[in-house]
Each structure stands twice: as structure tokens, then as C-alpha cells.
Ligand binder design. Structure first.
Ligand SMILES: CC(C)(COP(=O)(O)OP(=O)(O)OC[C@H]1O[C@@H](n2cnc3c(N)ncnc32)[C@H](O)[C@@H]1OP(=O)(O)O)[C@@H](O)C(=O)NCCC(=O)NCCS
Length: 225
């Protein structure tokens, strides 16, 4: 994978030439929290990465310091970012409340993850996710799950999350407003710090079956002697 740089040629043609191989460039990027000075860069990265329009107040919140917002910078240019929030599951939206049955559990919600087009498939999103795990998820008070919403047609992102151990949890019909239409969403979850996913209906039925059948089987065996 190569990083490309736009250079001005004699005839004013805009041509792209490779300047570094991906792994060299990825290692040399600087990681730091986003600050209010990065607001315009965050807005530009989101506009280039998502079909969804975020309200202005959302960008204020991302750079305000109230969320965990990290950026990767190539020199002074923001090339990737991850934004997350740690909260009690009871404070999450209704559609997310069944992620964990213990309603006092803490969870991490990834609000946004974006990598600039020219820097994709170089491991930058993986690096940001690893950083979130090292600095938040694997630290006290040890949140029990990390989750996010993604457009159901966004296969690169779904592949990315699946390859990092996230699993489909729910489909959300017409979850996103895209221009004048709507797009379906999905919830992906990774359980952490020993937390197990809630039992599915088939698992509950199997357990009930075992609980009911075991004494019956034992009785039948007793009477058959
Ligand atoms: C999704 C996104 C964040 C991935 O960023 P990235 O830095 O390119 O991801 P990584 O290089 O860390 O990829 C790690 C793995 O994820 C998977 N993956 C990433 N991009 C993929 C793609 N376009 N197609 C298929 N798999 C992909 C691969 O398994 C990849 O490993 P590999 O490169 O060794 O095959 C990036 O494509 C992006 O910013 N997309 C637009 C914004 C977006 O959709 N964000 C997520 C919203 S929830």
C-alpha cells in the first residue's frame, strides 16, 4: 500500500506520486486527543467519509473533551479519528438496551471511526481501535461491551469490525437519514472483560428443556427398574 502525494506539474496538471510505503507512514503518524482547534479537520474528514450529515453541535461535542476523541495526524493533517463514549447501559437508547441484561453495566459506544481515503488499508483504524481498548476498555471500571451502529450496506466497515471480533447484534430499519431517504443500520457488539452475550431465545428454550427433561428422564429410569 502506498501513500500518494499531489504534486503540481509544469502544465498545471494535478498528478499523484507515491512518497512512502504504508507501514512506514502508519508508524510515523502522531496520535493525540482531538481539541477544539481540530474542529474544521474533523468536519472535513466526516464529510468525506460518511453519507450522513451530522448537526453542527455534534462536532462541538466531539472536540469538547467530554468524549474520548483520538486523532492520527500526518504532520499536522488529521488522517484518522475515533470517537467514543463510556456510559451506563441504562442511559443508552432503547434499541441498544438489550445488549446486556445487567442494567447497571458500563458500555463503550463508538460514535465515529473514519480514515482518510488515501490512508485506508494501512491498519490505521485497527491502531485507533487498539488504542481505545488499551486506554479505556481494558482499564478500570472495565466496561462490559463495546458497540456501534453501522449502515447495513457499509461492507468495508462491517468487515473491519468483524475482523476485530465484533458480532452482529441487531438490524435497525430506517435507522439513518441519508439525504431525503433512509438507510437501515446494524448494531455490532464485542463483549469484554469476561462478559457473555445475553442468552438467545433458542438457548433459553434449550435450557428450559434440559431443566424440565432431566428430572423426567431420571424418574423414567427409576420406574423402569
Ligand atoms: C472502515 C474504515 C474505518 C477502515 O479503516 P482502515 O484503516 O482502512 O482499516 P484497517 O486498515 O485497520 O483494516 C483492518 C481490516 O479490516 C478489514 N477491512 C478494512 N477495510 C476494508 C475494505 N474496504 N474491504 C474489506 N475489508 C476491509 C480488513 O480485514 C482489514 O485487514 P487487511 O487490510 O489486512 O485485509 C475505513 O474504510 C473508513 O474510514 N470508512 C469510511 C467511514 C466508515 O465507514 N466508518 C465506520 C462507520 S461505523
Amino acid at each position: 500500500m502506498l501513500i500518494w502525494q499531489r504534486v503540481q506539474m509544469a502544465k498545471d496538471d494535478d498528478v499523484r506520486v507515491p512518497i512512502l510505503d504504508g507501514s512506514t507512514a502508519a508508524a510515523s503518524l502522531a496520535l493525540r486527543p482531538l481539541s477544539p482547534l481540530d474542529r474544521a479537520a474533523v468536519q472535513a474528514l466526516c464529510a468525506a467519509s460518511f453519507p450522513i450529515e451530522y448537526p453542527e453541535c455534534w462536532f462541538d461535542e466531539v472536540v469538547s473533551g467530554s468524549l474520548t476523541s483520538l486523532g492520527l495526524f500526518d504532520d499536522k493533517q488529521l488522517v484518522a479519528m475515533i470517537v467514543s463514549e463510556t456510559k451506563n447501559i441504562s442511559k443508552c437508547n432503547l434499541e441498544d438496551s438489550d445488549i446486556i441484561s445487567n442494567q447497571s453495566a458500563l458500555v463503550v459506544y463508538i460514535l465515529s471511526l473514519a480514515v482518510s481515503n488515501d490512508y485506508r488499508r494501512m491498519g490505521l483504524a485497527t491502531r485507533l481501535l487498539n488504542c481505545l481498548f488499551e486506554s479505556v476498555v481494558n482499564q478500570p471500571p472495565y466496561p462490559r461491551a463495546v458497540f456501534l451502529h453501522v449502515l447495513s450496506t457499509n461492507l468495508p466497515a462491517i468487515n473491519f469490525y468483524r475482523s476485530n471480533g465484533f458480532r452482529w447484534h441487531a438490524s435497525l430499519l430506517n435507522y439513518y437519514r441519508i439525504g431525503s431517504g433512509f438507510g437501515d443500520g446494524c448494531t455490532y457488539v464485542k463483549y469484554t472483560n469476561g462478559q457473555r452475550p445475553p442468552l438467545s431465545i433458542s438457548e433459553v428454550l434449550r435450557l428450559v428443556g434440559v431443566v424440565v427433561c432431566f428430572p423426567l428422564k431420571t424418574l423414567c429410569k427409576l420406574f423402569s427398574y
